[in-house]
Design a protein around this ligand. Structure first.
Ligand code: HEM
Ligand code: HEM
Length: 411
């Protein structure tokens, strides 16, 4: 599989910004600097979801849709600068800066959405395979979720209060996590494991279930107060069932290819393990939605440990594994700096996530605890240090120039 230079660039910028996410995660895990304030937590969150994951998704989209040329590489750079600026605006706590840079970030997202859609249209929408359709619908949900996010920023940036009749932040989070990430992940997993190229009825049902599930969940947050009590409870439930059905179709369609990868070496195991996280994430997300319904608008009744488990199963288990796997494939033609690191990164990242999530689910959140008082301080760093090792190793590999193909030895 050939891949464009702009993809390498997007991965490099993503890895760079991910450093901040991982360092803030380590500070949060150990509580060495005390409890992190809201601005810093939002920086951890959006440096991860926009700076790392969405820059990675941009790289994957360019690769999947066959983009090339210097203009695209320049646009990747501008996107990374805009994203870094928005992440810093979160950290600054300045609502005006968040509104301005959030709007610029939305333009960046619209640009990459159009990049994928226009290439899809050129190929013929009726002929696109399931991975490409998944990415296009995923990016469409990203546009919707980000528009809601920017609306929040503009309301706050102009000195107004968020309306109490609608849950804009809930609608934003639901679209991004419940729609965008899962659609893109399903598409990339299938493409990397099977090579893509297929457009089957089951695949189309999968895309429809995941897209509609995410959309209903998001819209149900927006219009909840206008609905009768029964519908308020039913809609999120229906949405999660649709998403769960979609995730089960994913597992049926790619499960065999996932189980068959080499678990002792290589890139594919990162993609294969992500398939398991996809299902786990949707199940935990369903439980979380049930808790939100039962809490009837009182967030203190929702388990913070469960909420943070869902976050990291999606953001690290699912998306970081996928992007790390894709980077390993993309750098396979370059010198393999630190070959020993591959196993440490794979097992460290995944044992780290598993133990961190197990602690969050059984013991609960460690935020606000004394330094090293919670088991979170001993599990999350395994994940964070493995991520940092991945950042350094993969950055060095992507920086090296591709190796020349060796001419076959004369007979
Ligand atoms: C242009 C892009 C984006 C904008 C403008 C944006 C904006 C926002 C805003 C304003 C908040 C609420 C902050 C507060 O509580 O004061 C927020 C929270 C959040 N965002 Fe984003 N965001 C963007 C991208 C994303 C992406 C790509 C994801 C995930 C893939 C994401 C996931 C979340 C989550 C999970 C929350 C937390 C909701 C909660 O407090 O429970 N955001 N975002
Ligand atoms: C893409 C990457 C990541 C994203 C998007 C992300 C997102 C989040 C979010 C949304 C929260 C909840 C913050 C809140 O209280 O509102 C959180 C908490 C946390 N994150 Fe991350 N995270 C990522 C990677 C990491 C990494 C690599 C570590 C490694 C150490 C980490 C460690 C933590 C810890 C320890 C908590 C507090 C959990 C608790 O005790 O409840 N995160 N993260």
């Amino acid at each position: 599989m050939g891949y464009p230079a702009a993809t390498t660039r997007a991965f490099q910028y993503g890895l760079f910004i991910f450093t901040l996410t991982a360092l803030l995660g380590l500070a949060n895990a150990t509580q060495l600097f005390g409890a992190l304030d809201r601005n810093t937590l939002l920086t951890h969150l959006h440096s991860g979801t926009l700076g790392w994951i969405t820059m990675g998704v941009i790289g994957l989209s360019i690769w999947m849709f066959g983009g090339s040329g210097a203009t695209l590489a320049r646009n990747v750079m501008l996107s990374a600068i805009a994203t870094a600026a928005y992440v810093l605006a979160f950290w600054s706590g300045n609502f005006q800066a968040r509104a301005i840079f959030g709007t610029i970030e939305l333009l960046v997202i619209l640009y990459w959405w159009w990049f994928a859609v226009s290439r899809g249209l050129a190929e013929g929408f009726g002929r696109l395979d399931i991975p490409k359709l998944s990415v296009i619908f995923g990016l469409t949900t990203l546009v919707i979720g980000s528009t809601v996010g920017v609306t929040v920023q503009i309301i706050l940036g102009t000195g107004n209060q968020l309306p109490t009749t609608t849950d804009l932040v809930g609608a934003h989070a639901a679209a991004q996590v419940g729609g965008y990430l899962i659609l893109v992940a399903a598409g990339v997993i299938e493409w990397q494991l099977t090579g893509g190229g297929k457009r089957t009825a089951a695949g189309l049902v999968q895309v429809a279930l995941l897209f509609v599930g995410g959309l209903i969940l998001s819209v149900s947050q927006l219009i909840a107060s206008q609905l009768p009590a029964q519908a308020q409870q039913a809609l999120p439930g229906i949405a999660t069932l649709l998403t769960l059905a979609g995730a089960i179709v994913v597992v049926f369609r790619v499960g065999r290819a996932a189980v068959g990868v080499s678990w002792t070496e290589g890139a594919k195991r990162h993609i294969a393990v992500a398939t398991g996280y996809l299902l786990l994430g949707v199940v935990l997300f369903g439980l979380l939605v049930q808790q939100f319904i039962a809490a009837q608008g009182d967030p203190s009744k929702v388990s913070i440990g469960l909420l943070h488990s869902v976050d990291h199963v999606y953001f690290v288990g699912l998306m970081t594994n996928i992007i790390f796997g894709a980077i390993l494939v993309a750098s396979a033609d370059r010198p393999r700096v630190w070959p020993w690191a591959d196993n440490v990164i794979f097992w460290g990242l995944n044992l780290g996530i598993a133990s961190f999530v197990a602690v969050l689910l059984t013991q609960g959140s460690g935020e606000g605890a004394k330094p090293f008082a919670s088991y979170v301080a001993y599990t999350a760093p395994i994940m964070g240090l493995s991520a940092l090792l991945g950042i350094v190793t993969f950055s060095m590999r992507l920086m090296a120039s591709p190796q020349m193909m060796r001419a076959p030895a004369p007979a």
